[in-house]
Design a protein around this ligand. Structure first.
Ligand code: ATP
Length: 245
């Protein structure tokens, strides 16, 4: 579905992504975990063409899309849910959803409106709030709005940048449950997270990123057991604590 090969991305003179390669199969949820500043957001920005790579390639379903503009990337099937949600505060929940399908709205308003209702069904917590301003909602509900807006683009691959950031543990659990549900319905997801524990619990495969490089990869259950991941990202004694809780 998604193939990234030998990607190098710079911010000005700073070489941020170093020879990044990975693959995502259809229907997989792939997590990319790493500390602050590892380059995770730059990677998602590269996939969405916000930060075009200096070299390397990005391909969706075999088509190389590396040099397309961000708006074309949306049409090609890449939809980015940015960090810190970035909903349109002064617009309703429904209008936020509709903006996710801006490239189709004028051609077929009826279908897009119907799809917005279908997306709403995926978020029971938003039911009855569709006319509320997104800016008045809690962080967790705003995250749902942002995910819903991403889904309205009908992506082949949904990219999520740290959906857990700033949310209480219970809400993180709810959001991760939603991602699991989306995966089970066949959505292909790339999830970037500092919250390694939450991400590895829902992911099929995962990659660990450090200083712009992928340093480890494996199934989520392999990485949950890997002492290097435990030491650096889960906290010492994580397994013992999990067994008790
Ligand atoms: P965070 O969790 O803080 O978002 P991250 O893993 O997503 O971290 P990036 O935001 O991709 O990491 O940042 C990687 C490096 O690139 C950092 O050193 C950061 O300072 C730098 N960087 C990110 N965006 C820019 C930019 N627009 N211009 C210059 N440097 C940037």
């Amino acid at each position: 579905m998604l193939r990234v090969s030998g990607v190098n991305t710079f911010h000005g003179h700073i070489h941020v992504l170093r020879n990044i390669s990975f693959r995502v199969k259809p229907g997989q949820l792939v997590a990319i975990i790493g500390a602050n500043g590892a380059g995770k957001s730059t990677l998602l920005g590269t996939l969405a063409s916000l930060y075009p790579p200096r070299d390397g390639l990005v391909a969706i379903e075999g088509e190389v899309v590396t040099k397309y503009r961000p708006d074309i990337m949306v049409k090609k099937g890449i939809s980015l849910v940015p960090e810190r949600r970035q909903v349109f505060d002064g617009l309703s929940v429904l209008d936020n959803f509709l903006l996710g399908a801006y490239h189709r709205y004028n051609k077929d308003r009826k279908t897009v409106n119907q799809e917005a209702q279908e997306v709403l069904e995926l978020f029971p917590a938003l039911k009855g709030k569709e006319e509320e301003y997104a800016g008045n909602l809690s962080g967790g509900l705003q995250q749902m709005v942002a995910i819903g807006r991403g889904l309205m683009a009908k992506p082949k691959v949904l990219l999520l940048d740290e959906p857990s950031v700033g949310l209480a543990p219970m809400v993180v659990k709810e959001i991760m449950g939603i991602l699991k549900g989306l995966k089970e319905r066949g959505t292909t997801i790339v999830l970037v997270e500092q919250n390694a524990k939450a991400a590895l619990k829902v992911a099929d495969r995962a990659y660990v990123m450090e200083r712009g490089e992928m340093i480890l990869e494996g199934t989520a259950s392999e990485l949950l057991k890997d002492p290097r991941v435990e030491h650096a990202y889960l906290g010492k004694g994580y397994h013992l604590a999990e067994e008790v809780s």
